[in-house]
Design a protein around this ligand. Structure first.
Ligand code: NDP
Length: 457
């Protein structure tokens, strides 16, 4: 049977775009469909605009710091509307580049939603067109999740809407203790918004190394975020132009904006997976093998929709591995160990490899090296912010299993450290590396004393 396309990709985000372009460049006839905007979550309403918001928010402290170096920075003002216009112009530019790159690779771009009619047929929901394809890649990503049972939840927003606020709120409540909640708590507190973070646990960033968690938690508070723990939102009531938010601990809090950042779910609702015979798990995540193939022989899935490791560069690598395996006769798959990640708190987190807890659990005997200190720059600014650095080392062969940093430019530093960790560098390799002075990162190669917990000292 002749199909319209060799490959149809559903979703033009990071994973889908990489796969579509690679497949087309290998000579396949490829189409891609996108229901919202080409670029996907990362470019349109995630990593990229978020990082610009982090940059915007950091300037407040920089003006304060400048005084320590003899600068006068008075009557500085922040124009939220003008910043948002610039930010969206950049997002538009990037989305345009993604579309152009697809076009240049010869991919047909359909800017509308696609749903399965059967395992080889897609329906474009706006035009009503039916398209057949020999192979299909599902790369629809994820979407924010909100607990539907909370009375007044319709007054809350998610990370989708946060990039479209018309004005800077005066008071904000942010629910959650994960990536998105802590990043936006830092952003809005830095922009002068009275920010309350409400988290159901004790210490934010569950799953990260304990020293990262406690450091970020304390820095959030030091930066003026009111952190309420062991509590959730019970109700959100309209109160004039604002909202009254009731917490499970009985407290109430007024907020102009309530941002729910309680996790994301795979975006598979209404996709017609059952018509194509594709299996998904209870959360809606598409089940795939290591080559990203679903239970249907000619259908694959990459990125957040598979709920493996929900990060942009991982989706890109999965998309690339798929295209190389299927269209370039080069079977390969992405391996998920030692993927560096960042959390753009203020200061930011950079982390790679195993946390101390996971390393102990997996290997037993572990050496820990860690340090906290005030960065040199702040000795003149007076800022009390501290850097935390930690190496997790397997005792038996001294291999560095994890590196965890909270401090200025930690994401930049960890990207380079990740090469060493991925290569299996030992603590002695770190020690042999000459320090670069004066820098924050030099501490990574000058930590000599093993950390002994106070109770064992
Ligand atoms: P996360 O999974 O990181 O965090 C969800 C938070 O919500 C956790 O603190 C969790 O608590 C809490 N939570 C979950 N369910 C409930 C509930 N019913 N009631 C109260 N609290 C609840 O999700 P995010 O939304 O922050 O981010 C989604 C994903 O996006 C991340 O996992 C990451 O993959 C990606 N991302 C990556 C970024 C980066 O790389 N810098 C930035 C932003 C997003 P608990 O801890 O107790 O489970």
């Amino acid at each position: 049977m002749a199909y319209d396309y060799d490959l149809f990709v559903i979703g033009a985000g990071s994973g889908g775009v990489r796969a579509a372009r690679r497949a087309a460049m290998a000579g396949a006839k490829v189409a891609i469909a996108e229901e919202y905007r080409v670029g996907g979550t990362c470019v349109i309403r995630g990593c990229v605009p978020k990082k610009y918001m982090v940059y915007a928010s950091e300037f407040g402290r920089m003006f304060e710091h400048a005084k320590g170096f003899g600068w006068t920075a008075e009557n500085v003002e922040f124009d939220f509307a003008s910043f948002m216009t610039t930010l969206h112009a950049e997002v538009d530019r990037l989305s345009g580049i993604y579309t152009r790159n697809l076009n240049n690779a010869g991919v047909d771009v359909h800017e509308e939603r696609a749903e399965f009619l059967d395992a080889h047929t897609l329906r474009l929901t706006t035009s009503g067109k039916h398209i057949t394809a020999e192979k299909v890649l599902i790369a629809t990503g994820g979407e924010p999740w909100m607990p539907p049972e909370i009375p007044g939840i319709e007054h809350a927003i998610t990370s989708n809407e946060v990039f479209h606020l018309k004005s800077l709120p005066k008071r904000m409540v942010i629910a959650g203790g994960g990536f998105i909640a802590v990043e936006f708590a830092g952003v809005f507190a830095g922009l002068g918004v009275e920010t309350t973070l409400i988290y159901r646990g004790d210490t934010v960033l569950n799953g990260f190394d304990w020293d990262i968690r406690t450091h970020v938690h304390e820095e959030l508070k030091r930066k003026g975020v009111r952190v309420v723990t062991q509590a959730t939102i019970n109700e959100i009531k309209e109160a004039g132009a604002s909202h009254e938010v009731t917490f499970s601990n009985g407290e109430t809090c007024d907020a102009d904006v309530v941002l729910m950042a309680l996790g994301r779910i795979p975006d598979t609702d209404g996709l017609g997976l059952e018509l194509a015979g594709v299996h998904s798990d209870a959360k809606g995540a598409i089940e795939v093998d290591q080559y990203s193939k679903t239970n249907v022989d000619h259908i694959w899935a990459v990125g957040d929709v598979t709920n493996r490791m929900n990060l942009t560069p991982v989706a890109i690598r999965e998309g690339q591995a798929f295209a190389e395996s299927v269209f370039q006769n080069d079977p390969n798959f992405f391996t998920y160990d030692n993927v560096p990640t960042a959390v753009f708190t203020q200061p930011p987190v950079g982390t790679v490899g195993l946390s101390e807890e996971d390393a102990r659990h997996k290997y037993g005997a572990i050496d820990i090296y860690k340090t906290t200190f005030r960065p040199m720059k702040d000795l003149l600014t007076g800022d009390e912010e501290r850097v935390m650095m930690k190496l997790v080392v397997r005792e038996e062969d001294q291999v560095v299993l994890g590196c965890h940093i909270v401090g200025p430019e930690a994401p930049e530093v960890i990207q380079a450290v990740a090469i060493a960790v991925k290569m299996g560098a030992t603590k002695q390799d770190f020690d042999r590396t000459c320090a670069l002075h004066p820098s924050i990162a030099e501490e990574l190669v000058t930590m000599r004393e093993k950390y002994i917990p106070p109770e064992l000292a």
